[in-house]
Design a protein around this ligand. Structure first.
Ligand code: 3UK
Length: 520
């Protein structure tokens, strides 16, 4: 392979070697035209098709526009941009010029953006007009004053006026390339700083070698590009293999998803468990043709086995659960087609080490729960301006995931909740996820979240919050049924002592249930 990367076969699998001066825009953008894929469609949207040649030219225009606006290598460009071709132009235009793009969640509020404008010290802030009502007050409130541009206004004009020729900026495999903000359950978001090699590592080791992504694939991700998961699914995997991405700039809904799946016939579909649950609820009243999809992928939180079974029954699609993180960039433990263990996150992706440790940092014996640490060449170098958080989380080349895991005798990894979501019930670790999976298995239940609730003796017991499916009612009769179901299938101490019916569960913008908000 050219453009500064050599794939070398070793006894342990593929190894990646990076040349001096390596800039990741070479293999992901420039390579395709040189390899004859200029006329191939790189990006589909509902209204537009962008070829690899157009992509390469527009990336050069974006580099020249950013340089022309006074950005210099190393400067940050904050991107509050919806899933659309301009996201690609700005992201890769920055990288090709040695400028560091920082795509952020588009669902945040002005105070979050003001924090990120100051924390990143960005030179340019680029935003889709849809988000102006939150971004513009943030620009006024922030101390840092970046040059602010609307993505399909001033930025589009700059692109049209800029040259489509550009010499790539020499970087290196580990030089700062882009950042992604990672939000914890507490504290301000932390900017995880990723290097030039990181997207190559995830695309090759997870995309190609675990999932089998290839040139003929059309990748469709309901998880948006600003999320590390979506960035891989909807951009770097197709760009690495010369495939095609299908972008949707709308909020993901079952109807919108079915419409695009049937019209564009993607071969890989990427969602989160909540969305698979919503798709399933919609599939009860309407059919949808999923025959083009050779695999579904799920990440972000554990996929209940019951959702896998029902989705497979309805669509014929197997959904592969895998765990990734913003800090690791993408999935590092995964199920595979032909090797699926329901309720498990699977086994390590090639190139990653995984270790389950006790509270003293020692590996636990097989079968026991502990904290999952991982190691791999796609992990963030540090958190920007957060030396203490960096020192806690990134230790000796290992990354603390903050997740509780156990490994069975055959080597499969099972998620036992966030380290801080776990419950001790009667002195025994009890996973909220396990109780939730049992509740979701009942046909009246759409979603549920289980948290610890102190009883009259101050002892923690599981308490469930349940969202019922449309047309169903959460009443005493259902409560009795659900409790009986849990008692019948789970260890006795695990049944929820109370069930509250709610209209919705608190979630992060990326769809993860915020159990901490339900604790009292
Ligand atoms: C949890 C999971 C159980 C886990 C992500 C794929 O979710 C991603 O990144 P985030 O930084 O969150 C990371 C945390 O989310 N989690 C993610 N996937 C699973 N828990 N089973 C799963 N399959 O707590 C993890 O530490 O938002 C997912 C690819 C890239 C990503 N950034």
């Amino acid at each position: 392979m050219t453009h500064g990367i050599t794939l070398r076969s070793t006894d342990a699998g593929t190894a990646l070697d990076f040349a001096e001066g390596f800039n990741v825009a070479g293999p992901f953008i420039d390579r395709h035209v040189e390899e004859g894929r200029g006329p191939k469609i790189a990006i589909w949207t509902a209204t537009e098709a962008v070829t690899y040649r157009q992509l390469a030219e527009r990336v050069n225009r974006a580099s020249n526009a950013l340089l022309g606006l006074g950005a210099t290598p190393g400067d940050r460009v904050l991107m509050i941009v919806k899933d659309c071709p301009a996201f690609y132009y700005a992201f890769w235009g920055a990288i090709k010029a040695g400028i560091v793009p920082v795509p952020v969640n588009t669902l945040l509020r002005a105070s979050d953006y003001a924090y990120m404008i100051d924390d990143s010290g960005c030179r340019v802030a680029l935003y889709s007009p849809e988000y102006a009502a939150e971004v513009e007050p943030a620009l006024l409130a922030a101390t840092n004053k970046p040059l602010a541009l609307r993505a399909d206004g001033a930025f589009a004009d700059e692109l049209a006026a800029a040259s489509d020729q550009l010499a790539i900026h020499p970087a290196s495999a580990t030089a700062d390339c882009f950042w992604l903000y990672s939000s914890g359950s507490t504290g301000r978001p932390k900017g995880a700083v990723h290097g030039h090699r990181d997207m190559v590592v995830t695309s090759q080791f997870y995309g190609v070698e675990t999932l089998g992504v290839r040139k003929s694939d059309v990748c469709f991700s309901s998880a948006k590009l600003f999320f590390a998961y979506g960035l891989g699914n909807g951009m770097t995997f197709p760009l690495w293999t010369g495939g095609t991405a299908l972008l949707d700039d709308r909020r993901p809904t079952p109807d919108g998803t079915f419409e695009l799946v049937e019209r564009f016939r993607p071969t890989l579909y990427f969602g989160v468990p909540t969305l698979y649950a919503a798709l399933l609820a919609a599939l009860e009243t309407r059919p949808a043709d999923w025959s083009s999809v050779r695999a579904g992928i799920s990440a972000g939180e554990a996929l209940p086995g019951d959702i896998f079974r029902r989705f497979h029954e309805r669509t014929g699609v197997s959904v592969l659960d895998g765990i990734g993180s913003t800090e690791a960039l993408h999935i590092f433990l995964s199920n595979r087609l032909g090797d699926i263990r329901l309720g498990a996150s699977g086994k390590p992706v090639h190139g990653y080490g995984a270790e389950i440790r006790d509270e003293h940092g020692k590996p636990v014996p097989p079968g026991e729960s502990g904290r999952l640490w991982i190691k791999g060449d796609s992990t963030a170098r540090l958190y920007w301006n957060k030396p203490e958080k960096t020192a806690e989380t990134m230790v000796g080349g290992w990354l603390d995931t903050g997740d509780t895991y156990r490994q069975d005798a055959e080597g499969y990894f099972f998620y036992d909740g966030r380290s801080d979501d776990m419950l001790k019930v009667g002195g025994i670790w009890c996973s909220p996820i396990e109780i939730e999976s049992c509740l979701i298995g009942h046909d009246a239940v759409l979603e549920s979240a289980v948290v610890g609730h102190a009883d009259k003796d101050g002892l923690v017991k599981p308490r469930a919050f349940v969202v019922v499916k449309p047309g169903r009612t959460g009443d005493d009769a259902l409560t009795t049924e659900l409790m009986t179901r849990c008692k019948a299938t789970l260890a006795p101490y695990k049944f929820p002592r109370s069930i509250d019916y709610v209209a919705e569960l608190p979630k992060t913008a990326t769809g993860k249930i915020q159990r901490f908000k339900l604790r009292d």
